[in-house]
Design a protein around this ligand. Structure first.
Ligand SMILES: *Cc1c(COP(=O)(O)O)cnc(C)c1O
Length: 397
């Protein structure tokens, strides 16, 4: 998945444009910037590639999620449904607004289970936030039907699945809002950065203002701009955006390499009868950033994962025990360990994690192994890796 693997002259040229003009900020300084608008250009490129009407860059994927929620009017006490398997950014972005993260089970897609989602809806629910983890997507058709039935918003966290698609549409473009991360380990990178995409003009208008202190961005005297509502600083810098501008031009090249490498590994592993693969919803095309598969039991998954490590196969994850990606180790959330006092709305409505039953999630995560697909491998290296993986797993069965 990492864009940092293929990083070079194109990125350097874009960054040098910014250094040469000295305008490191995305707004203003029109005369000095020698027509270089890296953030704006990257937004235009995202609009094109993602087939949406609006894109707005932010300082990170986490802030993109917060900005998307804020832009859609989410605030204190609103409930946002999110999966048990994701990155901690999901609940952080919700809590930032005084809204309440409601954790819901995943299924064999390793993303939100639509049946569990429907059961979790209350009169305070405002948003369903599926997270397209490890390169593949939630059942967006089913989630869209639920959103329609209950009048909810769909916000796609596509931070780990940029370049994938569902029924021919780019992931991120299907919900009311979609978010990407361009942090250093994502498929394409800015160093640090993120984006919100949407077809809703109102959400977009809110998003760019909210992420820049409420600036209305009208006219060309920044100091004279009005502030229609409260905001914050979630801006990206021109330097970061410049890197992303070079990288987005290479997105489809990166996805192509990932797909080739993924297919070689999958072909080999599919010859092991005990292995089954993560379900991809009908009409879905992964971005192939990870190969995700199940072993028959938790015990065998642990053994297979250990054996991969012992046999020198790096980059394979057993998320069930991971500190950052699965609810079991999120005691800072489940025990509400905040530095200062949390808003009353959050304290009143957080789930009682000593009682919630996520055994359906445990059933799938306990058996899952995910292997990162790298861009830098040659075809021969992938072939060798596939053999090594197959042997390591077979020896553990
Ligand atoms: C990386 C990531 C984020 C957060 O992005 P940052 O740019 O690191 O803040 C959010 N959600 C998911 C699923 C991610 O993988």
């Amino acid at each position: 998945m990492p864009g940092f693997e293929l990083f070079g002259d194109k990125e350097r040229k874009e960054v040098n444009d910014v250094l040469d003009s000295g305008v490191l900020m995305r707004y203003g300084f029109d005369g000095m910037r020698k027509r270089h608008w890296k953030a704006k250009s990257l937004e235009d490129a995202l609009v094109q590639r993602m087939q949406v009407s609006h894109a707005h860059l932010t300082s990170s994927g986490t802030s993109a999620l917060t900005v998307a929620l804020a832009g859609a009017g989410v605030g204190a006490g609103d409930e946002v449904i999110m999966p048990t398997f994701t990155f901690v950014a999901s609940f952080e972005s919700i809590l930032m607004l005084g809204a309440v993260p409601i954790l819901v089970d995943i299924d064999d897609t390793l993303t939100l289970d639509p049946n569990a989602v429907e059961k979790a809806i209350t009169e305070r629910t405002k948003v369903i936030m599926p997270v397209h983890m490890c390169g593949s997507m939630a059942d967006l058709g089913a989630l869209q039907s639920i959103c329609k039935k209950y009048g909810l918003l769909l916000l796609e966290d596509a931070c780990q699945a940029i370049g994938g698609s569902y029924q021919g549409k780019p992931l991120g473009s299907i919900g009311d809002l979609g978010c990407f991360s361009f942090d250093y380990v994502k498929t394409i990178t800015c160093g640090e950065g993120g984006a919100v995409i949407t077809n809703n003009k109102n959400y977009y208008e809110n998003a760019h203002k909210y992420s820049d202190h409420g600036h209305d961005h009208l006219g060309n005297d920044r100091g004279a701009e009005a502030h229609p509502f409260l905001g914050y600083n979630f801006r990206i810098s021109e330097l970061n955006a410049a890197v992303g501008l070079a990288q987005i031009a290479r997105l489809d090249e990166f996805i192509g390499i990932q797909k080739r490498n993924y297919n070689i590994l999958r072909e080999t592993l599919s010859q092991i009868p005990e292995i089954t693969f993560r379900r991809v919803p009908e009409g879905g095309e992964e971005n192939h950033s990870f190969l995700n598969f199940f072993l028959p039991t938790e015990k065998l998954a642990r053994r297979a994962h250990r054996s991969l490590g012992e046999n020198g196969v790096d980059g394979c994850f057993y998320w069930y025990d991971n500190n950052w990606h699965y609810y079991r180790k999120w005691e800072h959330l489940t025990e509400a360990k905040s530095l200062g006092k949390l808003p009353k709305e959050v304290l009143d409505s957080l789930q009682d994690f000593s009682k919630v039953d996520f055994s359906a999630s445990d059933h799938w995560m306990g058996r899952t192994i995910s292997c990162l697909i790298k861009l830098g491998w040659t075809a021969t290296e992938v072939e060798q890796r596939a053999q090594k993986m197959a042997e390591a797993i077979k020896s553990a069965l």
